[in-house]
Design a protein around this ligand. Structure first.
Ligand code: P1T
Length: 386
């Protein structure tokens, strides 16, 4: 393509970035290069591909597309979102410290505290609503700030620009887990983040049929290190999985618009239900971080969490076992609606006192609002809550 991809709107980038018609056949979709190796004419004389852990054409097309839609220069892909987190933390050394959001995906918390702590990397989990508190927690050992926004499952919004200013001042790497936002709703690199990561399993894939992760950066130095880690540790995705994410990207904008519309209607409906206590959704004007959400996001997302007036696991289970369109399952971001109980499912690895301290109560229910007809979704919640 001769057009400057950077100048295209996100809708167009999602469909065209990274994908060129196949040189040998003209195929409009990048083929699934299901091959382990590539024949060389003489040692080191090849067409840019040697071995599929190191380079694969389907993965390359996806990496180019992901870099373009996050307004970044480079991307690397991994076998899962957790493998992407793992690669990022491997940029650090024993003795280094990460200041991290205290409300984050349970699997990220488990990776940090149960794996990397054993390798001498220290994690300080803090509330990030107040930028001054972030700055106050930085020590000479701090090398990275880890932000998840919106957070999983409390849907707090963290000011990426404010974090970037602190990171720059103290020469730290700012990482943003953009899984809940998706590149359609926010582009953390534009606000000064050094690295943005996704569990592409969620909105990027969008169809609940592939586990995948990716990391995007503008920094040549970080990219060189990440590529080295990707190739050395080998947690690469297969070509078919890359193809599925490439296909998912093409409808991300259309899906996200519907996810956001449906979530808005459901958040307002939940708010007036007499069994519901708090509804967490950053589109409400009274949400404590609404102004930041308006600043850094294009819309308010497709995830809603809510707690019950009867704050017990049993009360939550009672509702979760009655929904029919909202399937009770881990994960989020697919076209179909899901519901889950973070305390016993996605966030079970976080000790109860720690999750209660951030407001993750026993009755908290998380909804991943799909793109079905919203009246049908509300009818399902109505029968489950009645
Ligand atoms: O599942 P995986 O692709 O490995 O991604 C891990 C991950 C990383 N970051 C965030 C914010 C996530 O939400 C996840 C995965 N989350 C779920 C499976 C879930 O149901 O919350």
């Amino acid at each position: 393509m001769t057009m400057d991809v950077k100048k295209l709107s996100i809708d167009t980038k999602l469909i065209h970035a990274g994908v060129e018609p196949d040189l040998t056949t003209g195929a409009i979709m990048t083929p699934i290069y299901q091959t382990t190796t590539f024949v060389q004419l003489a040692p080191h004389q090849h067409k840019g591909y040697e071995y599929s852990r190191t380079q694969n054409p389907t993965r390359y097309a996806l990496e180019k597309a992901l870099a373009a839609i996050e307004n970044g220069k480079h991307a690397t892909c991994y076998a899962s979102g957790m493998a992407a987190c793992d690669a990022i933390i491997k940029l650090l050394r024993p003795g280094d410290q990460v200041v991290s959001t205290n409300d984050l995906y349970g699997g990220s918390y488990r990776l940090f505290t149960k794996i990397f702590k054993n390798y001498g990397i220290d994690f300080n989990f803090i509330g990030m609503n107040d930028a001054q508190q972030i700055e106050a927690s930085i020590t000479p050992k701090t090398k990275m700030i880890w932000v998840e926004t919106p957070t999983n499952p409390m849907l707090n919004i963290i000011d990426i620009e404010a974090c970037a200013a602190i990171a720059k001042k103290h020469n730290l790497i700012l990482v943003v887990d953009n899984t809940f936002g998706s590149p359609y709703l926010q582009n953390p690199l534009d606000w000064g983040a050094d690295i943005v990561m996704h569990s592409a399993t969620k909105y990027l894939g969008g169809h609940s049929d592939v586990v995948h992760g990716c990391v995007i950066t503008n920094s040549d130095t970080l990219q060189e290190q990440l590529k080295f880690i990707q190739n050395s540790c080998g947690a690469v995705p297969g070509p078919q999985d890359c193809f599925l994410i490439l296909r998912g990207l093409k409808t991300l904008h259309v899906r996200m618009r519907q996810h956001c519309l449906n979530a808005k209607a459901i958040a307002h409906w939940l708010k007036q239900n007499d069994k519901v206590d708090k509804v967490l959704w950053c589109g409400f004007e009274e949400h404590p971080n609404h102004a930041i959400a308006k600043k850094q996001m294009r819309d308010f997302g497709g995830i809603i969490s809510f707690s019950l007036k009867e704050d017990t696991v049993e009360a939550a289970n009672n509702i979760l076992s009655k929904t029919e369109l909202f399937a009770l399952a881990e994960s989020l971001g697919g076209v179909e609606s899901l519901c889950g109980h973070p305390a016993s499912m996605t966030h079970a690895s976080i000790p109860r006192e720690e999750r209660l301290a951030v407001g993750l109560s026993d009755s908290l229910i998380r909804l991943s609002v799909g793109i079905e007809n919203v009246d049908d979704l509300i009818a399902d919640l109505e029968q489950a809550l009645s």
